[in-house]
Write a protein that binds this ligand. Sequence first.
Ligand code: SF4
Length: 294
Amino acid sequence: MKQLTLSEYLINTYGEKIYKISLSSGCTCPNRDGTKGTSGCAFCLNGSGEFATRGDIDFQFEEAKAKISEKTKAKRFIAYFQSFSNTYGNVEELTKLYKKVALKEEVAILSIATRPDCINDDVIKTLKELSLIKPVWVELGLQTANIESARKLNLGYDKYDFIKAFNALKEIGVKVIAHVIFSLPDESEEDSLDTVRFLSELSPAIDGVKIQMLHVLKGTPLGDRYIEKPFRLYSLEEYGKLLKRALEILPESVVIHRITGDPPRKYLLAPLWTIDKKKTLNYLNKYTIGKGGK
Ligand code: SF4
């Protein structure tokens, strides 16, 4: 793989390992709370994020830091707000919360995940202010550049919303990381590669990409559809081959933040191979990537 993995990028840039701390901003999502008149993205169970403790932000931070520090010699962290749409809420309150975190000495990077339709002028102003304190990364959901597929998946946004948000974010100099899902129902391999081509052609260039295999989860509209009539999902080998082609398309400057996901075991209907992250990474590393990845 010609691109850097996230850990390689962090070591090259900061000279040390930087660990992610998952935090909760308390935000919800306009695609889940009824604002958009929908019941969420078809694959979404609970915000599509790793577990993050809720409550006082200092407490969350200290608790997560203590846990990581038990196992590692971590000194600096990426404060990572992943679940739900972390720019959806009272902007003044969010500004206070993110400032508090950005001002912590141990925080090297503030990383905020959100939807393209949750980037407005007030949010841009806040992110610009925050980026004067610490580097800000915005993880922007794209999932697919296929408009019909985005509609069927009930995303509530499409590639044009993504471009608008992306341009506004790049204008203030924050790094943008796109999230993409492979093996979506009704999408061919070429459709997935078209999404990757769409990202590769953005100007200025996208800073990072997160790619993952679709997780079909119980209790989601996609899960219901799968139970009624299972659709085909890629095997690990097929996913690996497609990932390899995708990485060949992406520019060298793009940092590869991840190539797998962490499905919640309890809810996973398919594909079951995604549960074994170690085996998946070993395989992808050996046959697809040619080096370590997260
Ligand atoms: S944008 Fe994220 S939190 Fe909102 S419905 Fe979609 S996957 Fe769930």
